[in-house]
Design a protein around this ligand. Sequence first.
Ligand code: KG4
Ligand code: ZN
Length: 349
Amino acid sequence: MLVLGIETSCDETGIALYHTERGLLCHTLYSQVGLHAEYGGVVPELASRDHIRRVLPLIREALGQSGHTLHDLDAVAYTQGPGLAGALLVGASVGCALAFALNIAVIGVHHLEGHLLSPLLSQTPPTFPFVALLVSGGHTQLMRVSGVGDYELLGETVDDAAGEAFDKTAKLLGLGYPGGPRLSALARDGRPGRFRLPRPMLHSGDLNFSFSGLKTAVLTLVNGRTPEPQDRADIARAFQEAMVEVLAAKALAALKQTGLGQLVVAGGVGANRQLREGLSDQARQLGARVFYPELEFCTDNGAMIAFAGAMRLGHRSAPDWRFTVRPRWDLERLAAAEWPPPLPFSRRP
Ligand code: KG4
Ligand code: ZN
């Protein structure tokens, strides 16, 4: 089965072709970073309009690269949510229209499920069950993943998401957008021990997180001024150390609590090198393994949507005709049985 994946939930247009026997055939991505940079963050209306411009050329490019035509497709998977409503609507309308015209299956994929399953695209994938640490711009969650669609929430942030904390702190340091990777690069020049920031909820005894206090602590340090370059680097380092320590401690606690030996790290913050190193070291001491998606599949992309769609193809039983997006959508409520079944989108006679 050949599945076209379309991701348009935020500021990246991602397109991919995944074949259930041959694996990932190709993926293409257009990042809107340049478009939003001057505004210091994503402007939803600009994001939607740009997805409209990019989505069809990227689909043509992906088909051309893999030597396929639209008529070879067996299904279309698009990101149905969560995300920006207008941006989601672009992928949803193109995905549903294509499936309708071609009379093939269409699947609305949960964006976080895409992230969660993305390590399975690696050469050495984890096997179910595993613990997943989902760290993106909008979410920070620890999940027990027992199979496709079988997710149990173990803990989550009570305020800011990890990526959001990186982005807001980067803004305080005058680093602009996108903040996470810039802050992380700057932290490399920071000196250890110069500043000590709090480790929120480290000893809370549960698997929840809180990051808004950490950002406030940086705000207090900065005190309304743009710090000198070395101070900025030292603060960035202190911030990243605090983030990594809390994320790693809770992820390891989740492994202990569930008794599982595999940890999957997914979402944009999973690209953070310090987090990867910190987690791998600590997990090794526990005799556990950590799995990361390839760097290009950590941040938003079409491959994870095509892949999650392909996994979902086998889980359906009755037709579903809804055309919808879900800007807010709990991953935990995504039980396998709840899922819209495969079409084909049969046309009226
Ligand atoms: O998963 P993602 O691409 O989009 C969402 O679904 O939110 O995650 C984006 C987030 C942003 O907050 C970005 O700053 C953060 O991931 N991020 C990083 C790094 N690369 C991306 N944070 C820290 N270090 C990085 N290297
Ligand atoms: Zn994402």
